[in-house]
Design a protein around this ligand. Structure first.
Ligand SMILES: NC(=O)c1ccc[n+]([C@@H]2O[C@H](COP(=O)([O-])OP(=O)(O)OC[C@H]3O[C@@H](n4cnc5c(N)ncnc54)[C@H](OP(=O)(O)O)[C@@H]3O)[C@@H](O)[C@H]2O)c1
Length: 274
């Protein structure tokens, strides 16, 4: 029974562990408009993790949404311009360096976070990115008066994953443990938030299947990064998604867009929510 429940979590976490340090996607051309200043048009969304595999898909989808102007953040802006797109208004920022985040957040209304540790140990490991980085971003978002932070976390963070989860925490530099601490800091911060916990991430095209929004962290499954990006964007400025933590996986039995009206059925977090 335990094995049946943990196996899909193991799959997700193996994907998570093996994703550490993987190269970014190939360069592609982008032609979007640059963000407008705060107060004069669409809400500015800071995308932290914009050079990553979910983050790039967030940029591609966000640029088609007239409600928002994009401010992608990167540790290396020159590399981001070259590898992701020169026409985005990149801002420099490293979540392990709090002093870089205040300037990055100036004029920002919304924050969408798809960061993940790139090392199993060392200064860019889960302790300093999935916990420290989320904490630094949360604190900077509070100081900047941001109206919502949407965080990509992971299935298994709420349940801990039992014995196999402990083993996988060992292999990943305690990714689940540090993500749980990052989530907890965000929940307690007073910053309005949404926490999205995907199952195992794939690079399959999005929009091919339905998406299940679940709570309790007892489910299992996989989901394309493109669908996670769509859920995170749909949560932006959506009152039905505020102060909620939920898991997302593909669901072939569900209608493709049915999830879009599913936020209101989710329970808001309680102070003790894991
Ligand atoms: N793999 C899975 O199956 C799975 C399952 C569930 C959840 N997740 C989680 O989902 C999230 C997204 O995963 P992904 O595979 O799409 O991401 P990814 O491709 O690994 O990208 C990670 C992003 O984080 C950025 N980053 C790392 N350290 C940073 C720092 N110190 N400051 C600022 N940015 C930093 C990277 O920027 P650089 O370009 O500068 O390195 C990159 O943009 C991660 O948190 C991951 O753990 C993964």
């Amino acid at each position: 029974m335990i094995t049946r429940r943990l196996h899909p979590i193991l799959l997700s976490l193996v994907l998570l562990v093996t994703s550490l340090g993987q190269p970014a996607l190939a360069q592609h051309t982008l032609t979007g408009e640059l963000p407008k200043p705060a107060g004069s048009g669409p809400a500015i969304v800071l995308v932290a993790g914009a050079t990553g595999r979910t983050g790039r898909l967030v940029l591609e989808q966000l640029r088609r949404d007239p409600r928002f102007a994009i401010r992608p953040m990167a540790r290396d802006v020159d590399a981001a311009r070259k590898n992701v797109g020169a026409d985005y208004a990149w801002v420099a920022g490293d979540v392990t360096k709090p002093g870089t985040l205040g300037p990055a957040l100036a004029g920002v209304s919304l924050v969408l976070v798809t960061i993940g540790a790139t090392e199993r140990s060392g200064p860019n490991s889960p302790e300093f990115v999935d916990y420290g980085g989320v904490k630094n971003l949360t604190d900077a978002a509070r100081a900047a008066g941001v109206r919502q932070l949407v965080l990509e976390s992971s299935m298994g963070v709420g349940s801990g994953g039992g014995v196999l989860g402990m083993l996988l925490n060992l292999l990943s530099g305690d990714a689940l443990k540090w993500k749980a601490k990052g989530e907890a800091h965000l929940r307690a911060s007073g910053v309005p938030y949404t926490i999205v916990r995907p199952g195992g991430l794939t690079d399959d095209p999005g929009g091919q299947a339905g998406i299940a929004l679940q709570q309790g962290d007892e489910g299992s499954g996989r989901i394309p990064r493109a669908d996670v990006a769509a859920v995170m964007i749909a949560a932006l400025d959506n009152p039905d998604a505020l102060r909620k933590t939920f898991e997302v996986i593909s669901d072939k039995s569900a209608k493709r867009d049915a999830w879009r009206t599913g936020f209101s059925a989710l329970r808001p977090d309680s102070p003790a929510s894991p």
